[in-house]
Design a protein around this ligand. Sequence first.
Ligand code: AMP
Length: 429
Amino acid sequence: MPQYQAVKGARDIFPEESAQWKYVEGVIHTVASLYGFSEIRTPVFEYTELFQRGIGSTTDIVGKEMFSFLPDPNGRSITLRPEMTAGVMRAALQKNILSAAPVHKLYYIGELFRKERPQAGRQRQFSQFGAELLGVSTPAAVAEVITLMMQVFESLGLRNLRLRINSLGDSDDRFRYREALKTYFAPFHDRLDDSSKERLEKNPLRILDSKNPAIQEIVAGAPRLYDYLSVASVEDFEKVLYYLQERGITYEIDHRLVRGLDYYCHTAFEVTSSELGAQDAIGGGGRYDGLARELGSSSEVPASGFAAGMERVLLTMEKQGLFAALTPQGPVVYVVLQQAELADHGMQVAWRLRKAGIRTEIDLAARSMKAQMRDANRMRASWALFIGSAEVTTGLYAFKNLVTSEQTTLSLEAVLETLHETASGELQK
Ligand code: AMP
């Protein structure tokens, strides 16, 4: 085994796989632009307090999963971003973009870092794509965010996804519900695990999130948040659902789906993939009108968004055979050297073709002509351009169409003309 390995929970992406990433990223860029979302790129690290405020100190992420460090002995702690929303909101507030234009539709693709126990579908460095719609959070805006996410999944061809959705109401609704939960859980206090006891004190809604089967059993009989929603909150939720129905987006209402932080409100949603085993969440999001205030903004910024895991999207696509049609782009021309001594001339020809925008390959390892031709076929090159000593003197090259096997003798200018005549220099294969 080599001495150095990638850090546990981080992985390399080799060319075959990076082609899949590029394809998925391309679909994300295309669909985002259909909905009028523009890309934002924020720093990979932020001051630690941003995440403490922006995600909440009672969450697992902030409690135990952040990679934080001091850049210098007297500096402020900084943290590798464990999610994107806080950074995007920070950027929007810092640049004060909402005062110039009240609505901003932003999307991103980026790396995140969480100190979780690595397992299938769970890494310490992973990527998400997502969108944040800032400045308006009407049901139409929230439905737009969900629809955008679902259209990306659909455009990628993903099947067997489950969209679950719930309403968290407004802060008054949740206040009443929290009291009801406290009353409900009180008689079970001795049966609660430590983290649920702590959640009962700080934020009882988060007990509903517990993965502990013993707690889930108790949770099963708990009152439903839905029954504590005001008429206006129910109407808001119904309107979001109406838009989804109109668009043929199938969903299930899940009364246990919560986002346990105070600045989340109204609609929350999550998408799971039956292909993924234990870590089956592929994306999720919701409305977070209270976040900007939490980050020090003097006024509320209505907002909603989603984040989806790139690796899990790719894993699902792999399992569903959705990459089968992805063939790598081969070279248009393979420059074949009849003798190794002609390499310098060949390099010059290859350079001229590349400068003219033609994907060109040339052997750099002085291999036999047979090996070069094998390479050209393996790479599915469209043409071979032969360099022999005669060619070097006359400036006329044997130029072979590798699909039809027709061969002509042409100057380099004529080669370029031929290539530009065939659609973007490529043969119809
Ligand atoms: P979250 O920000 O926790 O709501 O996660 C949003 C999505 O990111 C999830 O649905 C997953 O698809 C993905 N995700 C979260 N944590 C990880 C991780 N450690 N490794 C890989 N993907 C993750």
